[in-house]
Design a protein around this ligand. Structure first.
Ligand code: ADP
Ligand code: MG
Length: 174
């Protein structure tokens, strides 16, 4: 497992995702957990930081796309490989959820994290989804949740780790 998070997780769960339908089912469960949490969390503590690790083609963007759709986004989902960040405002039954989808693959140097000014997006009530967090080499800080995808046969194995009570609550209801 990629080890860029210093602290030990509060909880871990492994999911078999034999096909994209299984990825969509996991994403739907996670979306439900995120929206449920919005109902009883004040805006100042509503932010959620989720890191997605795994090689090129592991299925990170597929999972993000499925999550955004399950949250209620109906438009396009572009992979932010060139833009580095794609913002969304998703209408959910609990109100508007700001989402930032990052892909740091193109970072040549972790210090670029400071130059981009992305840090401010993590301070508010947004859901931040980060592909290739390793490219920022720990500058992102500890996530609420880390999702690690690996190919297994034609499908994928998803190892999920929660580092905060908020992440653990989401994981436990998946
Ligand atoms: P990444 O963002 O990690 O580089 P992508 O999400 O672009 O990877 O997905 C790469 C490929 O993996 C896509 O062709 C997608 O159809 C396939 N894929 C994603 N999830 C699964 C899954 N659970 N089982 C089988 N194939 C999958
Ligand atoms: Mg991707």
């Amino acid at each position: 497992m990629p080890e860029h998070t210093a602290s030990a997780p509060l909880g871990e769960r492994v999911f078999a995702l034999p096909d994209e339908a299984a990825t969509e089912a996991f994403a739907a469960a996670l979306a439900h957990a995120i929206v449920s949490r919005m109902a009883h969390t004040d805006a100042a503590h509503a932010g959620l930081h989720v890191q997605l690790s795994g090689d090129l083609g592991a299925g990170k963007t597929t999972l993000v796309r499925a999550l955004l759709r399950a949250l209620g986004h109906t438009g396009r989902v572009k992979s932010p490989t060139y833009a580095l960040c794609e913002p969304y405002n998703i209408d959910t039954p609990q109100g508007v959820l700001p989402v930032y989808h990052f892909d740091l693959y193109r970072f040549a140097d972790p210090a670029e994290w400071h130059d981009t000014g992305f840090r401010e997006h993590f301070a508010g009530d947004a859901l931040c989804l980060v592909e290739w967090p390793e490219k920022a080499d720990g500058l992102l800080g500890t996530p609420d949740l880390r999702l690690w995808l690996e190919p297994v046969g034609d499908g994928r194995r998803l190892t999920t780790s929660a580092y905060t009570p908020a992440g653990l609550a989401c994981l436990n209801s998946c």
